[in-house]
Design a protein around this ligand. Structure first.
Ligand code: PMP
Length: 355
């Protein structure tokens, strides 16, 4: 076995939510630790999936190129269909990118804190991690990143909005950064949460893939589209790069039901608009509450809030015992909480008040 695999932390299977709920003796346990969509999924997804199951053949492999989905996404975002690579969630896209662009001894640069999968897969490829702290307000420190680039740097991750800080960078800032990065360094922009941005009309960095060959932009159906269970994500590349990434993709990675679900979800933009509106309203209420209580938080443009609390793990434990699972362990004395439904958020606010 590779030494790096032995060195990784032991694998601990995640406990099913219902099991944890029963163990805690609770009637209800709500997961607000994984940034899922609390409003479910578009009704049209259910209809399309049921209709697929009734009329199609599970003994046949899926469409390897996800053509229908590819066509829809490329038309909506004015891209060439060949610019897209689909994966089993963005998780798989992250694996593919690490595999294609990192060799042992290379370096990958990340902003910290950020999504943990970037560093994990770089380590598996035996690359080194260059960590650049986010600024105090949680925003990405682009100038520190530029200064830290070495000949070994091959990948730079920009998570926008950033998980866990929730902070957002404009496309102009991203373009300014990419234009200063050497051509042989790939800038990977993870836009998993960009649909939730309301501070301005969220302008994706996708169009930059037509101008720069060293930028990749990623999207997922797991968040605003409410399809976390189906596992569909994609990356947008400049045309000359996409073909190389396709070489490492497993031929039938995205199954037909997932493709059908993603097509239906994508066609129901009304559902997404409603989700985004409700999330923005609830996010603001939660931020107002934190303001009132003088709880330090970072201004979020995502579907979660990152906040600081003395002995944060104790607060998380208290919330867990009252039916709410939130994310610990990302930064000392900081917690990340997904914005839930109106009722759950109100309940959390009253729990924190009574704490
Ligand atoms: N990127 C970011 C920033 C995430 O937070 C997540 C999931 N939490 C992912 C990618 C992976 O998403 P998925 O595999 O569900 O598409």
């Amino acid at each position: 076995m590779k030494k790096i695999i032995q060195d990784l932390s032991p694998y601990i299977p995640e406990k099913p939510l219902n099991e944890l709920r029963d163990e805690l003796g609770l009637d209800k346990l709500v997961r607000l630790s994984a940034n899922e969509n609390p409003y479910g999924t578009s009704q049209s997804v259910k209809k399309s999936v049921i209709s697929w199951a009734k009329t199609s053949h599970s003994n046949r492999y899926p469409d390897s190129a996800a053509n229908q989905l590819r066509q829809l996404v490329s038309e909506k975002f004015d891209l060439d269909p060949e610019q897209l690579v689909f994966g089993v969630g963005l998780d798989e896209v992250i694996v593919m990118l690490s595999r294609v662009f990192l060799s042992p001894g290379d370096a990958e640069m990340i902003s910290v804190p950020t999504f943990s999968e970037y560093a994990l897969h770089a380590e598996i490829e035996q690359a080194n991690i260059q960590k650049i702290a986010t600024k105090k307000d949680g925003r990405i420190d682009f100038s520190a990143m530029l200064e830290a680039i070495t000949p070994e740097t091959k990948l730079i991750w920009i998570c926008n909005p950033n998980n866990p800080t929730g902070t957002y960078e404009t496309v102009d800032e991203i373009e300014k950064f990419v234009s200063q990065v050497p051509d042989n360094v790939m800038v990977l922009v993870d836009e998993a949460y960009i649909d939730f941005v309301t501070c301005e009309e969220p302008i994706s960095a996708m169009q930059l893939t037509k101008k720069y060959s060293n930028i990749v932009v990623m999207r997922t159906f797991s968040k605003a589209y409410g399809l976390a269970n189906y596992r569909v994500g994609y990356a947008v590349f400049s045309k000359n790069v996409a073909g190389d990434v396709q070489k490492v993709r497993l031929p039938y990675n995205v199954n037909s039901i997932a493709q059908v679900a993603a097509v239906a979800a994508f066609m129901d933009q009304e559902f997404v608009t409603k989700v985004v509106e409700k999330n923005a309203l609830e996010r603001q209420k939660m931020q107002n509450f934190f303001d009132d209580k003088a709880i330090h938080y970072l201004d979020s443009q995502a579907n979660f809030i990152f906040f600081e609390y003395p002995e944060a793990d104790k607060l998380a434990d208290y919330l867990l015992h009252h039916g709410y699972l939130i994310r610990t362990g990302l930064k000392e004395n900081w917690l990340r909480m997904t914005i839930g439904t109106k009722e759950d958020n109100a309940e959390i606010r009253s729990l924190i008040e009574d704490y």
